[in-house]
Write a protein that binds this ligand. Sequence first.
Ligand SMILES: *[C@@H]1O[C@H](CO)[C@@H](O)[C@H](O)[C@H]1NC(C)=O
Ligand SMILES: *[C@@H]1O[C@H](CO)[C@@H](O)[C@H](O)[C@H]1NC(C)=O
Ligand SMILES: *[C@@H]1O[C@H](CO)[C@@H](O)[C@H](O)[C@H]1NC(C)=O
Ligand SMILES: *[C@@H]1O[C@H](CO)[C@@H](O)[C@H](O)[C@H]1NC(C)=O
Length: 432
Amino acid sequence: MEGKTRLCVVVVVVMLAAAGKGVRGQLIDYKAWLGEEPLTPQRIVNDVVEYFSVRDPHGIPVMNVPEPIYIPGTVPASQITFYDPYISGHSGLRLEYVNVNLTSLSAKGKLSLPHFNLNGGYKWPGPWSNSEGHANITMTGIEMTLDLFFGISDVGLLTVEPKMDLEYEDLKLNFTGLTYTHSFVVGAAKTFFSTVIEPIIFSNVQTKVKSLVNQRIEERLQNLTFPDSISPVDFALAKIRMDLRETLEPVKLDDQEMHLTWGVTVQVQNIELAGVTTIHRTHEVSAQFIDNVVYVTIQLGTQTLKGGADWFLSASLLPAVGGHLSLEIESLAVTVEAQQPANIRSPPTLRKIDIKLGNLAVRSDGDGTFDYLVEAMLNILPNCFRNQIMDKVEPVIHQKVQKEFNKFDVYRMVMDKLAERQQQQQQMEASA
Ligand SMILES: *[C@@H]1O[C@H](CO)[C@@H](O)[C@H](O)[C@H]1NC(C)=O
Ligand SMILES: *[C@@H]1O[C@H](CO)[C@@H](O)[C@H](O)[C@H]1NC(C)=O
Ligand SMILES: *[C@@H]1O[C@H](CO)[C@@H](O)[C@H](O)[C@H]1NC(C)=O
Ligand SMILES: *[C@@H]1O[C@H](CO)[C@@H](O)[C@H](O)[C@H]1NC(C)=O
């Protein structure tokens, strides 16, 4: 969540910076937009949560930007220089969606702006004479998409290549004092867009986004290198696998005791399961941000799982029997779909959990008839009814997971993490 809103803030700041490129800092009172309170990460999170808690969030989060913005001074934009312009429309800015696809290692975001206006004096140098006067530029139905493609550079670092696209419904231009040459450019709004507006977006904004995002990645990953033959998600999972292997292999489960009818009691002890740490990505790992909700899809699986357990069966009228069972599950694949409201004070919801088990094979170590019977029963029945059994088990798991989710306080977790990082920073500064 944090990453997505940060992307949004980065885009907005870059847009403003590009619009006001060359504007000397003291001309616009950016500080006033940020308010009195210091701009701490905690405040940004709170403001962004607040921003996305309303039904139709729009405008610029965190900052209190006046509408219109008045920029006393000169604003160079491509070939034209504007004087003392008023800029308005940004309060209609809306984040339409963000898609992060870790499978294809790409991200896509879309911002919309119903209306944008720039109004002010201008100067436009021409081949023979200059145009000079008053300009009124109005653009409506603006949609900006930002595609980020991640890749591994030849030195093994994660890098990003942004691609921006700007579309609009209508562009109205009213310039006074145009020369003959320039009036042609302004007369055809499309030409004006491609010669004046597009260069601002594509040369300034695109390169700024690129350097900003790449710089962030570098700070975050601290020169961590990736092999270029494997996607970073799979590489990260490989690292997790190695960590898990040391702490979690094999998994030991609690002893179970079941009381059946007719006074039959089944005890299962020393349950062990190996292979859980062969976990890997089977299909998709992605996240979408639409309508104030983050939707996450994760598809993971394991290779062969091997388990074992001792079992005892006792009944009042029969002699107790028991033995050791070994279990082999060919594969396990899990698809999880969850959603988290952008208002992170609400817990996540599990939308769907789908578990697919591969073939089961059970072997009993005993050699009595009973062992043979148990082995046959467990080999035939679960394989025939595997899907039916999983259909019964899934709702139970769903409920259990949701119960755990309900205990999540994402807001608290983010705040604690920020506080922790701040403390580390302070300690580092103190020891430096
Ligand atoms: C993510 O990328 C993969 C591979 O390109 C594709 O199959 C999948 O549909 C994408 N998912 C989303 C949600 O866009
Ligand atoms: C600028 O143009 C728009 C639409 O063409 C118009 O609605 C607006 O009033 C104009 N503003 C000024 C200051 O002339
Ligand atoms: C353009 O703006 C000028 C004043 O800035 C105004 O007199 C004129 O009517 C406007 N033209 C159109 C077509 O809106
Ligand atoms: C990453 O490597 C570059 C060049 O090797 C170096 O200048 C930079 O300080 C390193 N950054 C970090 C965070 O270690």
